[in-house]
Design a protein around this ligand. Structure first.
Ligand code: G6P
Length: 607
């Protein structure tokens, strides 16, 4: 959600603020804005839509100064227009904000009663008024900022300019991430280290309730109680080079193609090269002794968790309950006595997943993160972490992070089965060796590209597309439908193949595309029967199967996408590739904005 960047420097900052915004645009792209302090006080420019619109505005009407803040918005309160674009200003205060201020209505009323006039429909503007009001009451800029932040309820990360000539950035976090970066003769704040990567890799992560006063060569951090604290300065692991599109048209296309490498990296981290056995480190004892597991996530990560459930139960015999974080956190769940909870998240910042994790921490359930961002809030607060090594994922629709999550969950399920004596050493090694073939299998799956591109016009023209799967391929059907919806805006639904006759089959009419994911496994013939049922009702069947399964589809499918044979647990991981390609080429056919689809954001830090 919303991206924040701020710079205080011995030289002008607006070009670099814009560079930071471009890197943050994946967090939201409803509007963008910038404010700097210069000889004329605080000046700002804002534009609806993409960062490019703001750049065009600045090209025609430049502003600059040595201290500034900038923002790219994912709208929550107020339409995404110029008026509601951040930074918001009240007198000599400008503010950018990520999150939601839950008590903004009462604060706004209080400020309005004092005669303050509001120019926007946002929850954010009230923060600027509170700070200015505190200054009018005689507080210093710093005290005015701190006193205002103390009154905010909800989730927020804020950065502010306070005072008409003050070369200082004020920042605070509560629920939404914020980092401080250290440069030479300049300092930064940002929503994540990735935004600051072109400028510095030396960063400090503000913790919950922290506030910071950032000057050109120093930062002072206070904790929730207002006590001065030292937070560790770390070297961010993100490479700026990895976040370039290279020769690809879109980040999504690039990230789809990075999967063989991402999977190889991820597996190398969890396989003991001497023995070919899983190495789960400090997570092993938590899994070995758990009587029950819960797996919580949102979006695509939830579908990864859902595949994991099949693996853990089948191999390790552990009961796994899966839940979407926004439901789990509010439904007073019955937690395991002696269990562990897995939190799966690319960003490690998703507000609902973070809240669900904290719920488990408070209840003293062992928490395990499966995360792509090692510096994230969830990574820092879970008891142990299993990292996915997908590298930065910029495309809003998750691809390589999903398959890396699946690889970690597969490895963990095998490791747990082995720790519990449900798999012999030889069986464990056989499973692991099957997973080691993933980079090659995925490479071969990428060769279905031309065929997926040829099928794309069918999906692009259809009123809706149905995705079907059974067992571990059922969550893949849900993910295939989600991918298509996210980037093409077309109607798509995923169903368990066996559930079709209980209602969804009514959707099938002449020509409805039905994508069925069914590589060879003990359930394939059951799925094929369901395919017969939809084909008999006029559906256009597109089968995704493997060499061994292709015969079962024979003439029943209009198109058969044939993957190499998929041993062990590799099936759902490799099957994700044609689903991603089908969505990608359909979106390309329709000309939608693939990397930044409408209404979505990469990292959802509001509930
Ligand atoms: C957003 C993204 C999805 C992602 C979900 C969970 O909705 O658009 O692609 O799956 O958040 O994100 P996380 O970072 O927790 O995996």
């Amino acid at each position: 959600m919303c991206g924040i960047v701020g710079i205080v420097s011995d030289k002008p900052v607006s070009t670099r603020l814009m560079e930071g915004l471009r890197r943050l645009e994946y967090r939201g792209y409803d509007s963008a804005g910038i404010a700097v302090v210069n000889g004329r006080g605080i000046v700002r420019r804002r534009a609806p839509g993409k960062v490019l619109n703001l750049q065009n505005l600045l090209d025609g009407a430049p502003i600059d100064g040595n201290c500034g803040i900038a923002h790219t918005r994912w709208a929550t309160h107020g339409r995404p227009n110029e008026q509601n674009a951040h930074p918001h200003q009240a007198g000599n205060v400008a503010i950018v904000h990520n999150g939601i201020i839950e008590n903004f209505k009462s604060l706004r009323q209080e400020m309005a009663n004092k005669g303050r006039v509001f120019a926007t429909e946002t929850d954010t503007e009230v923060i600027a008024h509170l700070i200015q009001d505190n200054m009018d009451e005689g507080l210093s800029g710093e005290d005015a900022f701190l006193a205002a932040v103390e009154r905010l309820e909800g989730a927020y990360a804020v950065a502010a300019l306070v005072g008409e000539a003050n070369q200082t950035l004020y920042a605070a976090r509560h629920g939404s991430p914020l980092v401080v970066g250290f440069g030479k003769g300049e300092m930064f704040v940002g929503s994540d280290a990735f935004a600051l990567a072109p400028f510095t890799k030396r960063v400090l992560y503000l913790e919950e309730g922290d506030s910071a006063v950032v000057e050109i060569d120093s930062v002072r951090v206070r904790d929730e109680e207002g006590a001065s604290v030292n937070r560790e300065i770390l070297t961010a692991s993100i490479s700026t080079v990895m976040a370039e599109k290279g020769n690809y048209r879109h980040f999504m296309e690039k990230e789809i193609h990075e999967q063989p490498e991402a999977l190889a990296r991820t597996m190398a981290a969890y396989i003991d090269p001497e023995t070919d056995l899983p190495a789960l480190g400090e997570t092993a004892p938590l899994l070995k002794n758990a009587d029950r597991l819960i797996a919580i996530a949102c979006g695509t990560a939830f579908y990864a968790a859902s595949v994991g459930k099949y693996w853990f139960e089948a191999l390790a015999g552990v009961h796994v309950e899966t839940d979407i974080a926004s439901e789990f956190r509010y439904r007073t769940p019955a937690l395991p006595q002696n269990g562990a909870a897995l939190f799966i998240s690319q960003s490690g910042e998703t507000a609902d997943t973070l809240a669900a994790m904290r719920y488990c921490n408070r209840a003293k359930v062992d928490t395990i993160g499966v995360l792509n961002t090692p510096e994230s809030s969830i990574a820092r607060e879970t008891k142990t972490n299993l990292r996915t090594m997908a590298g930065p994922e910029i495309g809003v629709a998750s691809t390589k992070a999903f398959t890396a999550q699946l690889a970690v969950l597969a490895m963990t399920a095998i490791g747990t089965a082995s720790l519990r004596g449900r798999l012999s050493e030889a069986e464990t090694q056989e499973h692991i060796r099957a997973l080691q073939a993933l980079p090659e299998l995925v490479q071969k799956a990428l060769a279905t590209k031309a065929q997926c591109q040829a099928i794309a016009p069918i999906l692009a023209k259809a009123k809706q597309t149905i995705f079907l799967g059974r067992g571990g391929y059922y969550p893949l059907a849900l993910e295939g439908a989600l991918k298509l919806k996210e980037i093409t805006y077309l109607a798509a639904e995923g169903y368990a193949a066996g559930e079709l006759k209980h209602g969804p089959i009514a959707l099938i009419e002449e020509g409805t595309p039905v994508v069925v994911i069914a590589p060879n496994d003990p359930l394939i013939e059951k799925t094929v029967s369901n395919v017969e049922e939809v084909a008999a009702r006029g559906a256009k069947v597109i089968a995704i199967t493997d060499e061994a399964g292709a015969e079962s589809f024979d003439t029943r499918a209009e198109h058969t996408i044939i993957l190499p044979n998929l041993p062990g647990l590799t099936g759902p991981i490799v099957s994700a590739i044609p689903l991603q390609l089908l969505a990608y080429y359909t979106a390309l056919e329709l000309g939608t904005n693939l990397d930044q689809p409408r209404n979505l954001a990469k990292s959802v830090t509001v509930e």
